[in-house]
Design a protein around this ligand. Structure first.
Ligand SMILES: [Zn+2]
Length: 162
């Protein structure tokens, strides 16, 4: 396992649509374990998408204290419900936080690293993290959802979540 460096804007990989994983084999499983280690290397991180570590593949990991680690390969949002305002930040755009709209709850499906089908219905921070990380696979960052630049404010780099 290894802690991988995080790509930050304006790295072009962050704006690319990531490719679907065709074969879940050893290389994808190694990527997943490196992503989990990278996510947990700094306290407070709750998720990571493969493009953030320089791999343009549809793989995300989520690590919420009370949920355990979640791995999703080729994840898809199958349902979004409601709308709410949230504060959001991104490791690939450190030092800022912004207010955007997210769904109140989402249902997401995908596969884990053992090819098991996963289906998650989530609300609160888990729903926000799932939408945020799946956006990364489509080359979308939370700042693309800002209504205006006034909704962005500076924070300490170490405090940047997601
Ligand atoms: Zn992010």
């Amino acid at each position: 396992m290894a802690v991988l460096p995080i790509r930050v804007l304006p790295d072009p990989i962050l704006k690319q649509k990531a490719k679907r994983v065709r074969i879940i084999g050893d290389s994808v499983r190694k990527l997943v374990s490196d992503m989990i280690e990278t996510m947990h290397s700094v306290p407070g991180r709750v998720g990571l998408a493969a493009p953030q570590v320089g791999i343009s593949l549809r793989v995300i990991v989520i690590g919420m204290p009370e949920e355990g680690d979640i791995v999703l390969i080729n994840p898809e949002v199958v349902r979004r419900k409601g709308e709410r305002l949230v504060n959001e930040g991104c490791l690939s755009y450190p030092g800022y936080i912004g207010e955007i709209k997210r769904a109140e709850s989402v249902t997401v499906k995908g596969l884990d690293q053992n090819r098991k089908k996963i289906r998650i219905k989530a609300d609160e921070l888990l729903a926000q993290a799932l939408e945020h990380e799946i956006d990364h696979l489509n080359g979308v960052l939370y700042i693309d959802h800002l209504e205006s630049i006034d909704k962005l404010r500076r924070i300490e780099v170490e405090e940047t979540p997601l």
